[in-house]
Design a protein around this ligand. Structure first.
Ligand SMILES: *Cc1c(COP(=O)(O)O)cnc(C)c1O
Length: 377
């Protein structure tokens, strides 16, 4: 391996996760690939999902993210969750993107768009994007007058993992919104409110789910019923081994002081690669299946670890995130230690960490083709 830090993305596991989400829900899957597919590489992930029959649409946050996918040859419908700004109309048309509409200013732009239909979003309790239900009569008048085709209606859960009552109220309100359309003769192909955490709720009137986290293999809660597997493992190398003496201080600000003579190693992964500096003196990596504790402050490009009882050579790989034997470090483990969520840890894995896409266990580098910033089998 010619890189000092890299990530391996297993498309076979991605397929399995998609399959599991489909078996559990039986609904259209809108794969959420915003933010560079949560740090996994949106181009490679989307090209692959473009061929998956369970994936009906891809969702991005911005028009710019949509452009990247179109230029990479992605042909499925691309839904821009972040909506549309007036200055983006020609962009949406050029790249055939479909916006989520959240207010009347956006709705008035729709007649200038070439895409077939839009999705109307309702705010049922998140207080971010979306129309309030009180505006329903006005929306219906507007779309009838302008001949706007509503391809989907949607809402979003802010707290499906932590607030059952709010979530159930949202589902009830969204169902009433849907009925309002039905009673007025609208035939809307896609009805969607569930994100990953929301899949445990029954929403029988909905026929699509917008799923991100689960596809990448992290569960929204510990006892979540869909047994997904992490698809990305993140690796680096031991670039130097050395000994320190009792009383020596390690790394910037000397926050670790050796209690005894120790063997330590320098690993080529730091906060510029996406390792939270919060892991200083508390996180660990896996080396040959053993825990190597982080000593002292994480630095920009390197992190120092305890090599006591660990048999390793300079140049050997280190697992920053991933599974080695029965031990595994998940994004959610790192997130918990840093008081954040796995989403943030995934998105933080930086550009310097080369992405390799592979299928199954073939780690044969000769099978990979270099494509821009990522590599595919
Ligand atoms: C990011 C996002 C999702 C996906 O959420 P996950 O928890 O990753 O499944 C769904 N819907 C909207 C509107 C989003 O912004």
């Amino acid at each position: 391996m010619d890189y000092r830090s890299w990530a391996e993305i297993d498309l076979e596991k991605l397929d399995k996760n998609v399959q599991k989400v489909f078996s559990y829900t039986g609904k259209n899957i809108f794969a959420v690939v915003k933010a560079d597919a949560y740090g996994h590489g949106a181009v490679e992930i989307s090209r692959y999902l473009d061929k998956n029959p369970y994936v009906t649409k891809l969702c991005v946050a911005t028009a710019e993210e949509g452009r990247e996918l179109r230029e990479a040859g992605v042909s499925k419908d691309i839904l821009v969750l972040g909506g549309i700004l007036p200055e983006e109309i020609s962009y949406f048309n050029r790249y055939n993107l479909k916006p989520v509409i959240s207010d009347f200013k956006q709705l008035s732009l729709v007649s200038e768009l070439n895409c077939k239909g839009v999705h109307i979003k309702f705010d049922t309790g998140m207080h971010r994007l979306g129309f309030y239900r009180e505006t329903l009569p006005k929306i219906i008048k507007f779309v009838k007058e302008k001949g706007i085709y509503i391809e989907g209606i949607m809402s979003h859960f802010p707290s499906a993992d932590v607030d059952r009552k709010l979530t159930e109220n949202q589902i009830k309100e969204f169902k009433e919104i849907y009925s309002f359309f039905l009673e007025r003769g609208f035939k809307i192909p896609f009805i969607h409110i569930q994100n990953s955490a929301g899949l445990v709720y029954k929403c029988d009137f909905c026929n699509a789910v917008r799923v991100g986290l689960l596809l990448y293999g992290e569960k929204p809660t510990d006892n979540f019923p869909i047994p997904v597997e992490t698809i990305m493992s993140v690796k680096a190398k031991v670039v130097l081994k050395k000994k320190i003496k009792k009383g020596d201080k390690v790394s910037y600000c000397g926050t670790f002081e050796a209690p005894k003579n120790m063997d330590i190693g320098v690993v080529s992964f730091g906060y510029a690669d996406g390792l939270p500096r919060d892991l200083s003196n508390k996180g660990y990596f896996l080396i040959n299946g053993k825990k190597a504790k982080i000593l002292g402050n994480v630095t920009m490009d390197m992190t120092i670890v305890d090599l006591t009882d660990i048999n390793v050579k300079e140049g050997d790989p280190v697992l920053i995130i991933g599974k080695d034997g029965y031990r595994e470090i998940k994004f959610s483990d790192v997130a918990r230690a840093c008081n954040t969520i796995p989403y943030e840890i995934m998105c933080r894995i930086s550009k310097r960490v080369k992405r390799f896409v592979k299928k199954g266990n073939s780690e044969n580098e000769e099978n990979t083709v270099f494509k821009g910033n990522s590599i595919s089998v």
